[in-house]
Design a protein around this ligand. Structure first.
Ligand SMILES: [Zn+2]
Length: 326
């Protein structure tokens, strides 16, 4: 399936920059957000308003106003409910647009500037060498014994680009740009060992899995190897977030790819808390979500389950509200 190159360009632009309209206050008005106060800082102005997401997220309208948008960065934040993000997200949520449409809508109103990744994430080292595909030539397909211990298949590893380091005897899990497939780096994983290469890689801006996949039901796990395991078990649309914290960008990538998401984060305090937070935040935005069933299972994650238990946990994934009423 070939896409038009102009669309690709827009997708890339919109995914990796934060367009800020030249007239932030006027653009807020156009989104139906009334600016109630302005607070001028040294190099920017904060526009205060009533939080537009408050009712959906907390069940109560914001009276205070708790919400502010920065004129320079375009970043918005609600001090009360935590609703926050780049300006383009406000447009997506306010007008029900996809990311690309929201980007174009802002561009039509005059882009003041775009905030690059570096500005939003100053900890990134700009001298970091760029990774190329050739770096993966050091690695080989995982050996049969390694596949066996994890319940994986060579086909599943090949589908997800999983490799093996013959020197360290660790798994190599490539991390790629979700729009272009460009290699950003990888996670090296062994027993009680993992390292991201390069350090500070933007894994929270992408997902592990088949990023070209689109379908009805996707599955979200924490660990990349668990996603490969799910795929090996014949479960379609398995992705991993690289940890219990699932970013806004990752959820948006998932929402673009499926209509129902099965949350299969780890069965521990961090995983369950994250699962509940994601549900509270993304259900009001129209993403249907089910929870993987850990009932009667002591395993911490899908990777620790027998084939039968894993298939059953997936088959019995449930909508949380049904469970709560019993
Ligand atoms: Zn709020």
């Amino acid at each position: 399936m070939k896409k038009h190159s102009l669309t690709d360009l827009w997708e890339n632009l919109s995914a990796f920059s934060n367009p800020v309209p030249s007239d932030v206050a006027g653009t807020m008005q156009a989104l139906g957000i009334e600016v109630l106060r302005e607070v001028s800082g040294e190099d920017s102005t904060e526009f205060l308003a009533r939080c537009p997401a408050h009712l959906a997220l907390t069940g109560k309208a914001d009276r205070r106003p708790s919400f502010s948008v920065n004129s320079r960065t375009g970043l918005f934040h609600c001090f009360s409910c935590g609703y926050s993000g780049p300006f383009v997200q406000l447009v997506e949520d306010g007008l029900g647009y996809a990311r690309v449409e929201a980007f174009q809508w802002i561009a039509r109103r005059g882009v003041y500037r775009t905030c690059s990744d570096e500005e939003q994430n100053p900890q990134k080292d700009p001298d970091e060498p760029r990774i190329t595909e050739a770096a993966l030539a050091l690695f080989v397909p995982p050996p049969p014994r390694a596949l066996e211990t994890r319940g994986l298949t060579a086909e599943a590893c090949s589908d997800f680009g999983v490799l093996w380091s013959p020197t360290s005897k660790h798994w190599i899990l490539p991390i790629r740009n979700p729009m272009t497939g460009e290699l950003w780096g990888w996670q090296e994983k062994g027993k009680r060992f993992f390292r991201n290469y390069p350090q500070g890689i933007f894994k929270s801006r992408t997902l592990f899995g088949d990023l070209t996949w689109r379908g009805t039901t996707a599955l979200l796990l924490e660990s990349p190897l668990d996603a490969v395991r799910a795929h090996a078990l014949g479960i379609d649309g398995a992705f991993a977030s690289f940890g219990a914290h699932v970013s806004e960008a990752q959820m948006r990538l998932l929402k673009d790819r499926c209509t129902t998401l099965v949350l299969a984060l780890d069965n521990d305090t961090a995983g369950l808390a994250s699962r509940d937070r994601l549900y509270a935040r993304w259900r009001p935005r129209g993403l249907a979500m089910k929870f993987l069933s850990y009932s009667g299972i002591s395993a911490k994650d899908l990777g620790d389950m027998s084939d039968e238990a894993a298939r059953s946990a997936y088959a019995h994934a449930h909508y949380p509200w049904r469970r709560r009423r019993t």
